[in-house]
Design a protein around this ligand. Structure first.
Ligand code: DQA
Length: 151
């Protein structure tokens, strides 16, 4: 398939996920964000999807990235990290661009502190994958492919 005709998926990671590998490895694992990129890039190539990565520690930057995805991306995979539990702005941005989204968390947010159990985006996402570490993103990519290609 020509690269230009592939469906594009935006993968957004929120604050402190740049520190994957050294940040609380007992919770988030020992692999780095760059490892995740490599794994997903291979997987995307194999399944004829085009993926773009974005990580930011700043809420406004994430909102801007979602805004600029309009008409460019077919789907968003997002781990808003701590903003999951606080950001009305990220929720509103996802609603504004009307791009289908899949929510991913490395840890199982329902097995942790009470404040992590509430996500402000789960109800507007197609689905949520939480608790499978990096594998969660691969599962999200499989789901995305199925949604976009009807397979
Ligand atoms: C997280 C869970 C959040 O509660 C936390 O603030 C994160 C990462 C996860 O992937 O498990 O930064 O989104």
């Amino acid at each position: 398939m020509r690269k230009s005709s592939r469906k594009k998926i935006l993968i957004i990671n929120g604050p402190n996920l740049n520190l994957l590998g050294r940040r609380q490895p007992e919770i988030y694992g020992r692999e780095k964000l760059s490892d995740l990129k490599t794994i997903l890039q291979k997987e995307a190539e194999r399944t004829n999807l085009d993926i773009v990565f974005f990580q930011s520690n700043h809420e406004g930057a994430i909102v801007d990235r979602i805004n600029s995805a309009v008409d460019r991306f077919a789907l968003i995979i997002i781990n808003p990290a701590a903003y999951t539990h606080t950001s009305v702005a990220i929720r509103d941005a996802l609603l504004a661009v009307n791009i289908p989204a899949i929510e991913v968390h490395l840890s199982n947010i329902h097995r942790r502190e009470d404040f992590r159990k509430k996500s402000l985006i789960s109800d507007i996402c197609i689905g949520v994958i939480s608790g499978f570490g990096l594998q969660g993103y691969i599962l999200a990519l499989y789901a995305a492919r199925k949604i976009l290609n009807g397979k």
